[in-house]
Design a protein around this ligand. Sequence first.
Ligand code: PHE
Ligand code: FE
Length: 299
Amino acid sequence: TPFEPLQPRRIEHQQTDRGYVPVYTTDVVEQPWSTYSRTDNEVWATLFRRQREVLPGRACRELLENTERFGMRPDRIPRFEDLNKVLRAATGWEVVGVEGLLPEAVFFEHLSKRRFPVTWWIRKPEQLDYISEPDLFHDLFGHVPLLLNPVFADYVHAYGCGGVKASRIGPEALTNLTRLYWYTVEFGLIRANEGLRIYGAGIVSSKSESIYSLESPAPNRIGFDLERVMRTRYRIDTYQKTYFIIDSFESLFEATRPDLTPVYAKLRPLPPFAAGDVLPSDRVDQRGTGEGWATGADF
Ligand code: PHE
Ligand code: FE
C-alpha cells in the first residue's frame, strides 16, 4: 500500500564468512518518486524542519544558501530530476539513484564522472535520530547542497579521480583516502568569518551531532593537515573523537591538488593515529575532555 514505508530492494543473499548477507544491486536505479508513502514524506519533513532549526549559525553559509537555491522544501521528498536541472547548470554534477552503499571502485567511478550516488529510500520513523547506513536524507540533504559550490564540487570530483588512481596503487593508499573523505566530506568543520561551522554531511544530517561537534567539550577540534588526517582512524558507531577544521574549501582543494603518490608511499610504513590522539604538532582549537568516549577499537 502507499502507506507502507519502502524498503531497500535487497536483490539476493550471498554466503560469506559472516553468514548470509544481503547484496544490493550496484547499478544506478531510477528514483521511484511517485511511490514514496505518506510516512516517507513525513520522515523527510520532520528531519528537514529539525535541521532547519538547528543549522542556522552552525552550518556554513554555502550549505544553507544552496539548500535554498535547490528549492528543497519540507513538504515533499525532492525529485532527483528537479535537483539535477539546477546542479548540471551550476557545476556539471548530477545525482544518480542507488540502492545503498557501493563498492569503493564503483563509488570512485561515479565521482570521477561527476555523478553523486544518492540512496533513493528514506529511513523509517523509528530511525530519525540514528541509522547505521546512508539513506536519502543523509545523501541528499547532507551531501548534495555543497555540490553547487564550484570549489567543493571540484574537490569531490578530484577525490573520485584520486580514488580511481589509488585503487591501482594499493589498499593502504585507499585507507588513507577513505580517512580523508571521512574527516572532510563526512565530518569536516570549517573556519568561517563568523566562526567555526559545519560542512560535513554526516554532521549536517544529524541533529545531535550538529550540536555536539561544535559545542561539546568532549571531542578534539584540530586544524586540518593532510598527512595527519590520512593517518587517523575514525569512529563509525559513535560521534567522532576528533573533528578537523579546514580554513576554506580552496585550501582543502589546494592541499590535495598535488599527485599524492609520494604521500601514500611516505605514510605506508608509519603507524596510524587513534581517533582521539592529540599530537604535539597539532594546531589545537580544543583538546577534548574525552568524556563519554567509547573504549572499543577505532575503525
Ligand atoms: N590529487 C590527488 C592525487 O593525485 C587526488 C586527490 C584529490 C585525492 C582530491 C584526494 C582529494 O592522488
Ligand atoms: Fe555520506
